[in-house]
Design a protein around this ligand. Sequence first.
Ligand SMILES: [Zn+2]
Length: 225
Amino acid sequence: MHIITLSHDIYHHSPVHPALKPPEIKQKTFISRGDGYNSFILNIENHSCTHVDAPAHFLEDGKKISDYKMEELVFLNPKIIDVPKGKEELVLLDDIQKFDLDNIDALFIKTGFESFRYDNSDEYINKNPSVSSEVVDYIRRCYPKIRCLGVDIISISSSKYPEIGREAHINAFKANNNFGEPLLLLEDMKLAHIKNDRLNKVIIIPWQIIDVDSAPCTVLAEIID
Ligand SMILES: [Zn+2]
């Protein structure tokens, strides 16, 4: 077994959703300039880079990421599924229904679009595939044990289908008697380097900031050698 991260590194001006300001990471003090120590100022929006959306992102009275207990951020039965998608395509019900998702608690959809993050970050943030609202509804209705949905794209929504994206988020978070717990959404994940059969356990470690809806996070995965 060994541990890897499913989060991208955050760096100055790393790619973020077009509605956000890119991260600014500025060095404040410099040993090389005679200061007694090195230190930095981080200016980063909470939906930047690999981050976890909690229900308060779309529901005024929804649970915030800071309301979650640590044990709710641990997933012992995660699964990655390959659903190849190109620019502005939708992940549809047909793409998902063929997979057996019984007993899964975290589902990661690997579209392969992550390669654009490195090769063409402008398309990565502006032309991303997205997830249809029916897919999210299906997951919550048919697999109430799933508590986390993750994607290797900048958001589960896209500028091509903003209404579908809004509905997909609300379907992930809203309460419904036929659903299980609301989903935590992991967006902008690093999945290209891992295969499903090696994934054993996943832990989400959000920045511990009180009262924010969502937060950047480190996602640790235990890998079977
Ligand atoms: Zn988000």
